[in-house]
Design a protein around this ligand. Sequence first.
Ligand code: DLL
Length: 429
Amino acid sequence: MFWNQKIETLTPAELSDLQLKRLKKTLESVQNVEFYQKQLKSAGIKPRDIRTLDDVSRLPFTRKQDLRDGYPFGFFAVPLREVVRIHTTSGTTGKPTVVGYTRNDLATWADLIARNMTMVGVTEDDVFQNMVNYGMFTGGLGFHYGAEAIGATVIPSATGNTRRQIEMINDFGVTVIHCTPSYAMHLAEVAEEMDSPLESLRIGLFGAEPWSDSMRTELEKRLGVTAYDSYGLSELFGPGVAFECQEREGLHIWHDCYLVEIIDPVTGEVCGDGERGELVVTPLAKEAMPLLRYRTGDITMLMEDGCICGRAKKIARITGRSDDMLVIRGINVFPSQIEHVLLQIAEVGSQFMVYVDRINHLDEMTIDVEINREYFSGELADLSRIQKKVVKELRDTLELRTTVRLVEPGTLPRFEGKAKRVIDRRNGL
Ligand code: DLL
């Protein structure tokens, strides 16, 4: 199913014509941003020097830190009176990144969300519960307007009060939910505790953080949904940048709105199709805050194969960030790998917390994991067997020795938004 079949299935030639036209327009509008005037000047590039799509690789990168330095409105290319909405990124430390939208930006964004939802079969006959934060986070309002554009019945339940969320799903006959995968797992746990099967559900849209295929299998089994991965970031409107189609083999990224490159995060060299690297995007249809070659920090690749759904080239699921990858005694570890291992072990749950310390100059990784209620007898011999099993499975996959601490079911923090599962306590990192 298509929301806008013409634009979703442009031929490669039509697509590159449109991309080039929009890239040129973007180069004109960034002239209104002091940061870009300076950057292009010092790189000796004039907008007219960019004649083909490949010329994009001559442009300088934009980094998250640049946006932070421009706080609050330094990257707006239009006067504030044309900006009708502001969001900020979920801040880590210091000032958040501010993003702005014109009326046209909001329309484009809603259109992208509508494409994604239609692609996985959401229609006006669906009842959609949007269980993400409606504040400065882009996930809430982003999905809200896309779903309304389709004509679905939207329940803006936002986050919190999981028991109430479950009652609403059952009482309102909700068919489609949207939340982070970690919250979806919590929802499943609470629904099981309440002995309240969520029978009306059919589709789960999950995103905003990395999650594994084993997590997908688990969520599908426990919630009775078909689960789709949704990718986006505030700097590129928010959710809606890339989304799985019903094939669920990679995510379609909307090439008419985003010019995509994959680069080696260390050298900045452009990678070939099928090579993993950092996703770099030049948005092609943003008015309030155009960007050039924005380094997302997300690790993925452009997939070589086409898709039977007829849409253009996909990116692979995000395996982590170029900057949150953990390096433990020289070994690269993604939190999603740990989650993947834990989900294979029946005796433990999917909730975990990772602590990284440096003890006597050596990195040590400690993982707290919850025992599954049905295996929780309290027998010491049992506990030691389960603990050894988890250590072994982790060692086999990560090629790394870890310390595993088993904790009682329900004691680790649950996250309504993005999970924060890693606490790195090494000094000077
Ligand atoms: O998380 C936008 C969003 C909302 C996406 C709802 C999907 C659903 P930010 O808060 O700016 O925006 O965080 C963006 O989150 O650079 C990735 O590192 C990570 N991320 C987002 N979606 C995925 C995903 C929203 N499906 C940052 N898989 C991005 C892996 C994801 N990581």
